[in-house]
Design a protein around this ligand. Sequence first.
Ligand code: DGL
Length: 273
Amino acid sequence: MKGFIGIFDSGYGGFTILEKVRDHLSKYDFLYFGDNANTPYGPRSSETIHKFTLQAVKILFDKGCYLVILACNTASAKVLQTIQQNDLPNIAPGKKVLGVIRPTVEAIGSLTHTRHIGVLGTEGTIYSGFYSIEIRKLFPDIIVTEEACPAWASLVEKGEHNQAYVDHFIKKHIKSILNKDPLIDIIILGCTHYPLLETKIKKYLPNSVSILSQGNYVAKSLVNYLYRHPEIDMHCSKNGIECFYTTESKNKFISMANIFLKKKINATQLNLI
Ligand code: DGL
């Protein structure tokens, strides 16, 4: 049996991954699931994030997905390993759940010249220390400085990311991370909501600092994964279709998708408990 590739996020952030993955895998079918009713995940405990994420993964499996991407750094940092190691063998041996942090970390080694990098993310991602741990494993010489940006994902989720008052929050955290380490030459946007703030973020970065936005790296890594795993690829349907599920009102989701994805979509509402 063939099914869609599932893409899960706490809200609209996963759109930034879906868009890039779609560019690289135009023939594949994707099922997007946004837990907009429970966003933001950033301040939530690991137990709660695990409870919501696992339910979402099970729903995506029930809908025929063989492969699910957690397009959420917070869930990738805090619960992906538990889901892969403890839950998957019981609920769906043979099916796969992948995150967005590993492909991002793999890219960083060849991009930084100063070997000083910065990571911006939610409280959950940053306080988990997961980025630093993963970067140290692959590139022990790189100095990592992290900064939690608590309000950012919510500003995007509310659709207020272009408003002038948002600059205050952007400026504050950019200044803070560059004060902590002025040698940073790459800043990872370690939250899938943040690319929607990229224009504002750029305004406060000196020219010597580049932004690493995850979408392309996740997409390339997925292409490579499917090539290396034909046993998963053969379960992926290829009709170029996208389906959308949200835990919030479907009308709100549809109008936000209109803005973020710049296209008309349909969505179905469902609940997590
Ligand atoms: N987009 C998510 C991430 O990449 C989560 C943001 C949130 O819900 O706090 O971390």
